[in-house]
Ligand binder design. Sequence first.
Ligand SMILES: Nc1ncnc2c1ncn2[C@@H]1O[C@H](COP(=O)(O)OP(=O)(O)O)[C@@H](O)[C@H]1O
Ligand SMILES: Cc1cn([C@H]2C[C@H](O)[C@@H](COP(=O)(O)OP(=O)(O)O)O2)c(=O)[nH]c1=O
Length: 206
Amino acid sequence: MSSSSARFISFEGIDGAGKSTHIEAVSARLRERGATVLNTREPGGTPLAETLRGLFLHEGMDHLTEALLVFAGRRDHLVKVIEPALAAGQTVVCDRFADASFAYQGHGRGMDLQVLATLEQWVLQGRQPDLTLWFDLPAEQAAQRRAAAREADRFEQQDLDFFNRVRAGYAARAAAAPQRFVRIDASGDIASVAAQVAAALEARGW
Ligand SMILES: Nc1ncnc2c1ncn2[C@@H]1O[C@H](COP(=O)(O)OP(=O)(O)O)[C@@H](O)[C@H]1O
Ligand SMILES: Cc1cn([C@H]2C[C@H](O)[C@@H](COP(=O)(O)OP(=O)(O)O)O2)c(=O)[nH]c1=O
C-alpha cells in the first residue's frame, strides 16, 4: 500500500463483541504495509465530541436528543479529523461510526430510521467507510464477555432484547451495503477472529 492511499475503515458490533481487541493489530498491519494510520473512535474523536461522549454515555435523555448529540459529535469529528486525514492520504481506523447510530438509536431504541437517514445525509454528505468490519456474535455471549471485563455504562446496562435488536440492526445495515461490510464471526477464539479480519484486509490487497 502506498502512503497516499486514503482509506476509511470502521469497526462495528454490539458491546463486548471484541472490536477493541483487534483494532491495534489491524492498524499495525496497515502501517507495516506503508500506510499512515490515524486511530480514532466514536462517540468522540475531537475534544468537543469527547465532551459530548461523556454526556451521551452517562446522562439520561430522550432518544432524539441522544441521536442529535451523537450526530453533532460525528459532524465535528468528520470535519476536523476524518476528512482532513483522508485528504492527506492517511488511513483512518475508527472504532464505531454511523452504522452504530442505526443499530443502537434506530433498532435498539426504536427511533425512526428515516430520521436517522436524514441526519446521516446532512452530517456525512455522502462520506462512508470504505470497509466496515462487523464483529457479530450472539448477545448472550457478548454479555458474558462484558461481565468478565468491565463496569457497564448506560448502553451496556441494557437487556439482551436490546442487544438482539442492535445485532439485527447491524445485519440490516450489512445487507443494505454488502460491498462495504464484512461480517466477522466473532464467536470463536481470538485467533480465529484475527484470521478472519486479516483475510478481509488481504482480500482488498490491504
Ligand atoms: N474471541 C474472543 N474470545 C473470548 N474473549 C474475547 C474474545 N475477543 C475479546 N474477548 C474479551 O472480551 C471482552 C470484550 O472485548 P472488547 O474487545 O473490549 O470488545 P468491544 O470493543 O467490542 O466492546 C474483553 O475482555 C476481551 O478480552
Ligand atoms: C457511535 C455510537 C455509539 N453508541 C453506543 C455504543 C456503545 O454502547 C457506546 C460506546 O461505544 P464504545 O466506545 O464502543 O464503548 P466501549 O469503549 O465501552 O466499548 O455508545 C450509540 O449508541 N450510537 C452511536 O452512534
